[in-house]
Write a protein that binds this ligand. Structure first.
Ligand SMILES: [Zn+2]
Length: 130
């Protein structure tokens, strides 16, 4: 059985059971939380600790619905691309090919979904409305 690989190894790792684990970092000084993970805090320059995001719930802060195929994009339109602020403070970008009727403030939950790409199926981080 082939394990389907994540779209982006820098931001996600494959966890047990074939689920994506989302990498992030927390500042050891000011507690700023960032995704993708960084080594130094952009706010106070202190070291950041690498961690995983555990709370998948958040709200949409901004979004766009993509209708045109983007050069070198792995995903076929239409899809919604949203910046989501999670309950625990992380902000990250994710997509949805199912939920296109979104608005700013929509409550969403992050999940993983198999997406078809030019190089075969991959696992991506997606959001669903809750
Ligand atoms: Zn900091």
């Amino acid at each position: 059985m082939n394990l389907i690989q994540p779209l982006d190894h820098d931001r996600f790792l494959m966890g047990p059971g074939g689920r994506l684990e989302v990498r992030g970092s927390i500042c050891s000084s000011c507690s700023l939380r960032l995704h993708p993970a960084r080594g130094k805090c952009p706010r106070c320059s202190e070291d950041m600790l690498e961690t995983f995001i555990t709370d998948p719930d958040g709200v949409i802060e901004s979004f766009t619905v993509v209708h045109q195929k983007i050069e070198r994009s792995l995903i076929d339109p239409p899809y919604a691309l949203a910046e989501v602020k999670l309950t625990d403070g992380y902000r990250l970008r994710c997509i949805s090919t199912d939920d296109l009727e979104v608005s700013i403030g929509s409550r969403v939950r992050l999940d993983t979904q198999q997406v078809e790409t030019d190089s075969g199926p991959r696992l991506g981080l997606v959001f669903t409305l809750i």
